[in-house]
Design a protein around this ligand. Structure first.
Ligand SMILES: N[C@@H](CCC(=O)N[C@@H](CS)C(=O)NCC(=O)O)C(=O)O
Length: 306
């Protein structure tokens, strides 16, 4: 069994980002398939309530959100780098654009165009989750959503206009993966994607290069084996609280960590790491023993527990 365990489902575009990181780094990994909707009884003991997809588990350490998962995989497996151009900041900033501005209209179109084909329990689940989508207007909004997606495709085409192989140079990296995943979602979910993408010549050539990255070496794993892996491991040593952190929290404080966009479910635990880029909390459950759950600082609110 590979140490890197990805909890995901195959249609997830955010999970595709991390599958591509495995591909770029040629890593072996274990795949735990999540149900498409809540409840996710085998995931909750690991994350303490965080429900978004994907989640990376390495023993008793659990990493939430692709923004932190990418950095952690880079730390553990630095070569080949996700930042071949030595500019991690720019690559992360591309994600701030693509995770919202580019992803949101693609997700709206994926739902709106396929509403009659999507099982009703998935629609009901996502209604309570994707607060940026107006589910009652999805069908009327289709033309508008096309305009938003196309504007972002024009932007991406212009990033590649000088014929460069990848966004920041001659080798692929996290910037490309961030820009690619909404295109991957559009190809998979939008019936007329071929017509939509046809005018974007540089983008399509880059897309083909991205598709060749693959997924690394994947083996399927049962969710119960992932819980056993957590029980059988110790979390990594904690990072401690950065002295000048503006929140004034101390190591060991009871805190909640909550996404500030959608899926706002607070996860409670004992603060063990608080830096500019990461917050981590310790938790204990009968299914997992002691685990440390790690989140990025970007996009997460940390509060003292009530
Ligand atoms: N900021 C998160 C966003 C993750 C996200 O929104 N994932 C979608 C799947 S692509 C999700 O959780 N959808 C609902 C679900 O699968 O329960 C990240 O970068 O990991």
């Amino acid at each position: 069994m590979a140490d890197l365990i990805l909890h995901h489902h195959d249609p997830s575009p955010f999970a595709e980002k991390i599958r591509l990181v495995f591909g770029l780094k040629s890593l072996p990994w274990s795949s735990v398939q999540l149900p498409m909707v809540m409840p996710r009884p085998a995931l909750m003991p690991l994350t303490g309530g965080y429900r978004k997809v994907p989640v990376l588990q390495v023993g008793a350490d659990v990493y939430c959100d692709t923004r932190l998962i990418a950095l952690e995989l880079e730390r553990r497996h630095p070569e080949p780098s996700l930042f071949p151009d030595c500019n991690p900041g720019l690559a992360m900033a591309v994600g701030a654009w693509s995770d919202r501005s580019f992803f949101d209209p693609g997700a709206g179109l994926s739902m709106g165009l396929n509403k009659s084909l999507i099982p009703s329990e998935v629609i009901e689940d996502r209604k309570g989750f994707f607060n940026f989508m107006d589910f009652d207007r999805l069908e009327q909004d289709i033309p508008h959503l096309y305009t938003q997606l196309r504007a972002n495709l024009v932007l991406l085409e212009s990033m590649l206009a000088d014929g460069r192989a990848y966004l920041l140079g001659e080798r692929p990296g996290w910037a490309d993966i961030n820009a690619f995943f909404p295109v991957w979602m559009a190809r998979g979910n939008i019936g007329d994607a071929a017509r939509l993408l046809e005018p974007f010549t540089n983008l399509r050539a880059w897309e083909e290069r991205m598709q060749r990255i693959g997924q690394g070496r994947r083996t399927e794993l049962d969710a119960s084996a992932a819980l056993a892996a957590a029980r059988g491991a110790e979390p990594l040593p904690a990072g401690g609280v950065q002295v000048d952190d503006p929140l004034g929290l101390e190591t060991g404080a009871r805190v909640t960590v909550t996404p500030d966009d959608y899926g706002r479910i607070p996860v409670e635990g004992e603060l063990v790491t608080l830096t500019d880029l990461e917050v981590a909390i310790r938790r204990q459950t009968p299914e997992t023993g002691e685990v440390v759950v790690h989140f990025p600082r970007f996009g997460y609110r940390v509060n003292r527990a009530p």
